[in-house]
Every structure is written in structure tokens, then in C-alpha cells.
Design a protein around this ligand. Structure first.
Ligand SMILES: Cc1ncc(COP(=O)(O)O)c(C=O)c1O
Length: 554
């Protein structure tokens, strides 16, 4: 390839010279054809002979590629595999060094393979709630956690409280089983908090679940129960609402949705921020045909996209005019990270349903919550005969509720929304200055409170490569993540815009650590200067390994 790169590569071209580049070009040109993905043959095991089911007999299953002696063991084999990994051994860190290998073998090896290629697979020790140390004794400040760690890891006041809770020796309090004062208190506090800003929610209700996506699924189910004849769900471009099937249908990312259509309920995707198009679509569909409108007040997985002023308010007013339930997905933006308890309300939109999750579990467990108007709640769970139409086993259990209750209390008593706004503003100003100084590395910087994002220029142009921008975006995100990790900061990948990384430190990170975090970000940006240097600053072997991963999984 010689010197052929100049004039071939895009924005980063001038910088992309030297080691590894020719192999990468070769890899991109040939890797796709060479990469083979072997599918594991899963045989079907019929429970009844086909003749009894009046079906055509299925073709014989393909032979298993495992030797016969490794298949099923006789029933009298010992119940526990040998050696069985005991909980105490894990507690005493005996399996730390093998954790990655075991996860690669039995868990989501692809995902952890990716993280290990960046060098940040851990397992980590916590030096403090905000500082981590990897097995090579490399210390990093944690600005990752996907907005789910409001207090960092193992925040002592929360741990202390949980220890006291466990000593109370109470029943787990599953919702089908009994009342629990923990759930009662959290329900009451959440609704009082909401009603403080939106008084018409004073009699609203809460349904608890075990994740964000389940909180969204619940919201849609409640809305559909309230409007059973309506047909369409309205949502917005680049949104992220989760990956269970209904939430996934509302997460318009082709790489996530591929192969899962048709959707249970038809969806209409509109450009985020375009009020006129929303208005005309309502008219076209007929407002009575719309089940609900779902949106994030600030789109997190799109790389912290803030809608134009007036958009959210306008959507809310139109929904109210036509009696369409509007749903705010505040799973990432809510409970203080963007500087407000509820970003929707701060922007003048009063939703009928609000989904919460991530920080409500205090970084210790999963708590999902769907808050909604009483009238909507009662459409699904109102009549005595209907009270079981929506439920789950563990949502609202006492332990989760106790953690949620204490987390809300810490957020409130330490005034963390206000703190997040103040420190986030400072962080955004510093990152914006970095963007001005290094426009060949940073294409954009955005933020609201302690939810910030840096969008990087692509590490190579795609003009002459047989690959799309998506793959280059993935490689850019990985290389940037790796550079910041080496520079002492853990950041978040961004699902819908791979070349963006998010900065989401704990909202209670001490100011001196927050200052250190900003210095480390600035230092890495100063050292890198251009997107192309993310490539050339990486060893040939690492680069090939990342490119291989991206080509196979991107
Ligand atoms: C806005 C938003 N909604 C829903 C979800 C899904 O939450 P979970 O991953 O807990 O299912 C996320 C997760 O990132 C999110 O950011």
C-alpha cells in the first residue's frame, strides 16, 4: 500500500500513517469474506410423537458436534458438578483471576470479549466508591455505570443501611403476598415528589418492576389498556427504551431490531425535536388511533441529545388536547442526573406516565418504577377481577424497596440534583473548550448536568473502504474508550451512536475527584489531539484484534 493513504482517508487521513495501517486496510478489504460464523446446531426434542400431533414428521436433527460420552449423564450422577464453585471461595477472591475465562466460556463472551479488548474487563477492586483498581493495579476514576450508579460503588451510608435492614428479619414482602411498609413508603415518597412539581399527580400510583425495560413495557401496557381500540405507538428517532420485544420495537436502531419484526403493536418513528411533523402525523393517523406517545426528555443512548426548546412542552400539550397518554422515559435522565428530579417537568411537559429505574436502585440493585395517573392505572388494575392482569414476582419486594427508599433519601438529603447541575455545568464548559482546541478529535460535546457526551471524529474515512460508517463508528468508540481507560478514566459506550462516549460520574463524587476526572479527560484529549492518532497510538496486534471484533460483531 506504500504511501497511498494520503488523499484516501477522510478527516483523520493526515494522521493515519505507520504501523498497523496496512494490515487494517487489508483486514477491512478481506476480513469480511474471511470471517466465518459457525452456528451451533440446536436439535429439537419432540415431547409427543408427531403422529399424535397430526404434523409432518420433522427431519432428523443434525448430528451434535460433541462426542457421545459428553452428552447427557445418567440421572444418578451427582447433583453438583465437580468441582462446584462455592460462594465463600468467590467471597475470598479465589476465582478472581479466572472470572474472565469462565465468563467468556459460559456467559456473554462476545460482550466481555469486547470489554477485555479495551483492557477494562476487570474484575475491579473499589478503592473508594468512585475509584477502581484493575488486576494490573491500574487505578481509574469511574465515570461509567450507565447512569445507574448515583453514589458510586459500595457507598458506605447505603451499605450500612442495608446491613441494618437485613438484621430486621422481615418477610421478603412480595406484592402478591403481603403489604410491606418499605413499598408503601417508597410509593408515597415517589408520588409526593412528583406532585410537588406536578400537583395533578397527587393521587397517582406506582407499579414496580425489576428493570428499565420492564418499566417501559408496563407503561405501554397500561396505556394500551386505557385505549384498547387505538393501534399505533408513536416514538422518536435514535430513542432507546430497552431490549425486551415491546421496548425494542420502540428503540429504532436497525442493528438491535434486525430480525425481530413484525412488532406486536405497529410503531411510528418521528424525528426527535420536530414538533410540526408530530402535529401533522397526529392529524394523519387520527388522534384516536394513537395508543400513546413515548419519549426520553433527553436521549441518553443517542449521545445526550437535548431537544429544541418548546418541543417537549408542545408534545405534551397536543397529547393533552387529544387525550393521548404521553409517557416520559426518565430512566436515564430522571432523579437528578440532568440537574432536575424530572427533566420532563423542568422542560414544561407534564407526562401522564413516567418510567424510572437506574438510580432508584442506588447502584446496588435493580428497581424499576412506572408512575401514572390514577385513571390510567385503574384501566388495567382497577376492578377486583382484574387485579392480577399485570404483575411480576419480585418487583416491589422489600429489599429492593428499602434500597430504593434509602437511595431517594440520600439523593434528597445531599441535594444531588442541584449538585449534578452545578458540577455538570463546570464539566461541560471544560469539555467544550477541549472541543474548540481539538476539533479534529472531538466533533461534538453535549451535556445536561452529570450526563455528558463526547462525539468523536471517525478514526478513518470510509470513502474507499468496503465498510459502512457504523463499523468505523464502532472502532472509533472502542479506541477512544481504550485511550481514556489508559488515561485513568472509565467512560460509557453509547448504544445508538457508537462513536460517542458518555461521562456519567457518581452524582456525589467528591469535588477533588471530579476535578481530577476533568484533568484526566483533558490530558487524554491533549495527548490524542486527532482521531487518527487513536489508530496510530495503538499497537498493531491490539488494532487487529479490535478490527476483527468490530467486523464480526459490528
Ligand atoms: C432511557 C432508557 N430507557 C430504558 C432503558 C432500559 O433499561 P434497562 O437496561 O434497565 O432495561 C435504558 C437503559 O439504558 C435507558 O437509558
Amino acid at each position: 500500500m506504500g504511501n497511498g493513504e494520503s488523499g484516501v482517508w477522510g478527516c483523520a487521513g493526515a494522521e493515519v500513517r505507520g504501523k498497523g495501517l496496512e494490515e487494517i486496510i487489508y483486514f477491512f478489504n478481506n476480513g469480511l469474506q474471511n470471517s466465518s460464523s459457525g452456528l451451533y446446531p440446536f436439535p429439537l426434542i419432540p415431547l409427543l410423537p408427531c403422529s399424535q400431533l397430526n404434523l409432518q414428521p420433522s427431519p432428523p436433527p443434525p448430528p451434535l458436534s460433541v462426542p457421545p460420552h459428553a452428552r447427557l449423564k445418567p440421572y444418578d450422577a451427582p447433583m453438583m458438578p465437580d468441582p462446584f464453585i462455592r460462594a465463600d471461595e468467590v467471597l475470598h477472591e479465589k476465582w478472581d483471576s479466572r472470572a474472565l475465562e469462565l465468563e467468556l466460556e459460559h456467559g456473554n463472551g462476545g460482550l466481555l470479549g469486547l470489554v477485555s479488548r479495551v483492557g477494562s474487563a476487570g474484575p475491579f477492586r473499589t478503592l473508594s466508591p468512585w475509584e477502581l483498581e484493575d488486576p494490573q493495579s491500574h487505578r481509574t476514576l469511574n465515570a461509567s455505570g450507565y447512569s445507574a450508579l448515583p453514589f458510586g460503588d459500595n457507598y458506605p451510608p447505603l451499605l450500612e443501611f442495608v446491613r441494618s435492614y437485613l438484621e430486621k428479619n422481615r418477610q421478603i414482602g412480595l406484592p402478591q403476598q403481603s403489604v410491606t411498609p418499605w413499598r408503601a413508603a417508597l410509593e408515597t415518597n415517589l408520588i409526593r415528589l412528583l406532585a410537588q412539581f406536578a400537583p395533578s399527580h397527587a393521587d397517582s400510583r406506582v407499579f414496580f418492576s425489576n428493570s428499565g425495560t420492564e418499566a417501559v413495557e408496563g407503561a405501554i401496557k397500561f396505556a394500551k389498556a386505557a385505549r384498547p381500540r387505538a393501534k399505533h405507538l408513536i416514538h422518536f428517532s435514535k430513542a432507546y427504551h430497552g431490549k425486551t420485544l415491546l421496548s425494542l420495537s420502540l428503540t429504532p436502531n436497525p442493528s438491535l431490531q434486525r430480525g425481530f419484526e413484525p412488532w406486536l403493536i405497529p410503531t411510528v418513528t418521528l424525528p426527535f425535536g420536530d414538533l410540526e411533523q408530530f402535529k401533522s402525523t397526529l392529524k394523519k393517523l387520527g388522534p384516536d388511533n394513537v395508543v400513546c406517545v413515548l419519549l426520553e426528555p433527553i436521549q441518553g443512548e443517542a449521545g445526550v441529545v437535548i431537544p429544541p426548546p418548546g418541543f417537549l412542552r408542545g408534545v405534551g400539550e397536543l397529547c393533552q388536547k387529544y387525550g393521548i397518554p404521553s409517557i416520559a422515559d426518565e430512566i436515564q435522565s430522571g432523579l437528578g442526573r440532568t440537574g432536575h428530579w424530572f427533566e420532563s417537568l423542568a422542560q414544561g411537559w407534564e407526562p401522564d406516565i413516567i418510567c424510572l429505574a437506574k438510580p432508584l436502585g442506588g447502584g446496588l440493585t435493580a428497581v424499576g418504577a412506572t408512575l401514572m395517573r390514577d385513571a390510567i392505572f385503574k384501566k388495567l388494575l382497577g376492578k377486583t377481577n382484574d387485579v392480577k392482569r399485570h404483575s411480576n414476582t419480585f418487583g416491589g419486594n422489600s429489599l429492593a424497596m428499602a434500597i430504593g427508599l434509602k437511595s431517594l433519601e440520600i439523593l434528597r438529603e445531599q441535594n444531588l440534583p442541584e449538585r449534578s447541575e452545578r458540577l455538570g455545568k463546570l464539566g461541560l464548559e471544560r469539555l467544550l473548550k477541549m472541543k474548540e482546541r481539538h476539533p479534529e478529535l472531538l466533533a461534538e460535546v453535549r451535556g445536561a448536568g452529570m450526563l455528558m457526551a463526547m462525539v468523536f471524529r471517525p478514526v478513518i474515512g470510509t470513502k474507499w473502504l468496503p465498510i459502512g460508517g457504523q463499523i468505523v463508528g464502532e472502532l472509533t468508540g472502542l479506541l477512544a474508550q481504550r485511550a481514556f481507560y489508559q488515561g485513568g478514566v472509565q467512560l460509557n459506550f453509547t448504544l445508538n451512536v457508537a462513536k460517542a462516549l458518555r461521562v456519567t460520574p457518581a452524582m456525589n463524587m467528591p469535588e477533588e475527584l471530579f476535578e481530577e476526572l476533568l484533568l484526566k479527560l483533558e490530558h487524554t484529549i491533549e495527548r490524542t489531539r486527532t482521531a487518527g492518532r487513536l489508530l496510530t497510538g495503538t499497537s498493531r496486534a491490539e488494532l487487529l484484534s479490535l478490527a476483527e471484533y468490530v467486523l464480526k460483531n459490528g
